[in-house]
Design a protein around this ligand. Sequence first.
Ligand SMILES: Cc1cc2nc3c(=O)[nH]c(=O)nc-3n(C[C@H](O)[C@H](O)[C@H](O)COP(=O)(O)OP(=O)(O)OC[C@H]3O[C@@H](n4cnc5c(N)ncnc54)[C@H](O)[C@@H]3O)c2cc1C
Length: 484
Amino acid sequence: MEQFDVLVIGAGVVGSAIARELTQFKLKIGVLEKNLDVCYETSGRNSAVVHGGFAYDEGTLKARLCVEGNREMTKLSQELDFTFLRCGKVLVGKTEDDLAALKRTIAQGERNGAANLKLIDKEELHRLVPAAVGEFAMYSPNSGILDPFGYTIALAENAAQNGARYFFDQEVTSISRQDGFYQITTSHGAFRTRWIVNSAGLGCGKISDMLGISGYHVIGSKGDYIILDRRTGSKLPMPIYPVPSNTYMGIHVTNTTDGNVIIGPNAELVTDFSYYGVPQSNMDYLAESAFRIWPHIHKADYIRNYSGILPKWVDDNGVIQDFKIEIRPELAPNAVNLVGIESPGLTAAVPIGRMVTEMMKEYENFPLNPEFQPKRTGILRFEAQDDQTKARLIAENPDYGEIICRCEKVSKAEILQAIHNPLGVSTVTGIKYRTRSMMGRCQGGYCQMRIAKLLEEELGILPQKLRYAHRDSWIFTGTVRKEV
Ligand SMILES: Cc1cc2nc3c(=O)[nH]c(=O)nc-3n(C[C@H](O)[C@H](O)[C@H](O)COP(=O)(O)OP(=O)(O)OC[C@H]3O[C@@H](n4cnc5c(N)ncnc54)[C@H](O)[C@@H]3O)c2cc1C
């Protein structure tokens, strides 16, 4: 049984940020993930907004770690080569009550350390976002948007580049402790480790129970979204939110780093953490609500829907709690337990990783890893280059001249780089997340089979072994007719 210094359970944005942070020390680190790739759960299913930190109660971890994450996002995106735009965001209001709520939000934000928040009048609102509907707004210039797939993949790849090993398709099913070590049994193996980090997102309650830290009540809040065609992007320079409540940001319209617009989310309490369907009635509700703050929603622009589920830790009265990040030596020595990492977990992931590392260092002196390399380079986006650079790239590598995904203009060279990714991911969805292929108007109608063929050829996979996204999502199940 292979032995590690630290095993992180969960390869979402938080688990990957923790793994990366820990690679700054000389430790043997592994990440156990039940899915076939990073960001298959909440980290790939959200609004992708880098929050300012004004919506959380003063003194909470949510407030502190969000403000920290926001402050360092520009530097991080440059270091790890993922897309982040500090485009700002507005919260629009219409009534006296809205005005009072926005003033309270600004005061709370200032106490939390969120910078430059201000109330703006209708004229300034329309100067910033001409299509927004509101009598006034709160403007947060430091808020932004990022590519949630690129961000999570970048953290994971950099962790891997610095020595962390990712084990996919390894669902943790039991944990026991013997002679100062944890034995972890998974769906496909067994591991031994000195330290465990529970960063299992929606599975945090189950892992916490396995560690012997029982009693956390984790509920799911499901949010659905509609994705609009890129042609709508020019009408939305920054996200528009309604006035938030203490626990829910409301249905907003958000520009994405690729020029689409997303509408959502609603908030539906769920007990099934694996159902991601979006009923038509919910889509209609999202569209009706969002239309009141941004009247550019037309069914002809819908290209897809998706949903995500927030793991909310609640007390006995159902009140939503702060992030819990703890070491409980009397119950589970050498285990860091993360519970209820809901929003703003995307914004706060790297500060969470730092906090976890600092907590572990209070128990053990980790020697520094002198070879730690914080920089990582992602896949060059051909379509984003100027004509001169495109010509040079094609001259150097003719695969840049062959477009595989016509909607998003993704070249064969990019697909091949994605296929040979450092994490060893080989699903069709893994290529989609790394290149944007299949994310355009036709949703893979043209390129999906071409990508499948390239995966087969490059990795020597038989067609029957090729998976779309999940463990049993076989793309080809048999032949329809014999070859002639
Ligand atoms: C609708 C919605 C909107 C949001 N919007 C924003 C936003 O705009 N800004 C923001 O900052 N945050 C936002 N968030 C929150 C943010 O997405 C999450 O806080 C963040 O992604 C959590 O990351 P994670 O790594 O903890 O969880 P996950 O991404 O869920 O990762 C946990 C991983 O653990 C794995 N796992 C679980 N159980 C096991 C097991 N037994 N064995 C092995 N692996 C296991 C899972 O497969 C998963 O990959 C939003 C979330 C939702 C749902």
